[in-house]
Design a protein around this ligand. Sequence first.
Ligand SMILES: Nc1ncnc2c1ncn2[C@@H]1O[C@H](COP(=O)(O)OP(=O)(O)OP(=O)(O)O)[C@@H](O)[C@H]1O
Length: 352
Amino acid sequence: MTAIEISNAVKRYPDFTLGPISMSVAQGEFFGIFGPPSTGKTSILKLILGLLQPEEGTVTLSGKDGAALDVAERDISMVFQNLALFPHMTGRENIIFPLKERGASEKEIEERLDFVSEVLHVSHILHKNPAQMSGGERQRIALGRAFAAESRAMLLDEPIAALDARLREEMRVELKRLQRENNQTFVYVSHDEEEVMAISDRVAVIIDGKIAQIGTPDEVYSTPNSVAVAGVIGSPPMNFFKGTYSASGVHFNTSSLPTVPITGATRKGGDGTLGVRPEDIWLGESEGNPSIDVNVSSVEPLGSYTIINAYLGDQIVKIRAPGQVTLKENAVQRVSFDLRHLHFFDDVGERV
Ligand SMILES: Nc1ncnc2c1ncn2[C@@H]1O[C@H](COP(=O)(O)OP(=O)(O)OP(=O)(O)O)[C@@H](O)[C@H]1O
């Protein structure tokens, strides 16, 4: 069943237009929204919650036209980026507020409070007021209040951004578990690509107020439909090389990179872009794959992998090699491109 359906929705601000946006989220789905800053992610959540009305198009919630539902009727909780806790209430009072509002029994309130406090690690701060909490603690209390409500759907806007890295990893596992256990619909906004890819069933990539691609994390990563999507998904980002298509493949302008055969594509002639992810460039020659010399510029050892920045002509190329690699600056290094994982884009940046 479709929980949230947005169809050709447009919202115009003086300096920014969101949309037209079309997306549908299934009941019980963990739906991620990812994109660079100021691209309209929060505005999409506000359309779903009813804080914004679309100027064109529609928002439908479980089959009901959003235009006919006020915020309270939607049965949706939202955790805002700039969280809004009641300052005069303790953590405990904040969390149980929605339960009291709907007249839950004392027993139910206590049980829910215990459950939420344990999962979110907030038992020790329940007596504090928000002013006495750190940013991360306030964030967890805000999450607790949203979870306590047991709404049909939860909208989360960068909900764990204020937490430290270890707690963030722990929390994303817990959030996913809670979502699955409660069979809730989650729409989860983050500008942290790794986080949103790790946690979501499907991801919408938002660029300049429009949905650039919707797919599973694997689809979006393995087959980005444009240079724009390829450029924002993946860390370090994909390497791009300008070139020209011909009958035998693509000839790249970059120094002496050999013509790269392109399989299954009908395109001949015209400019294009080759995309290669840093992990698809290998150190050394490899059979059947095009190879080329690069000049090592710097080496970043990161424990389980190493990032090598190297010059190919006057362009910096990023290579991600497994394990620890010892390479000297200015060394000439032969590298090969994994032919199975090359990405071709046309002159307007669409995937070929
Ligand atoms: N109420 C408003 N009035 C005018 N402009 C607005 C309003 N709300 C948002 N905008 C503009 O719309 C654009 C998108 O904002 P939005 O908050 O939806 O993006 P976002 O992707 O969530 O951003 P961030 O990642 O920085 O939180 C921004 O340029 C913002 O300045």
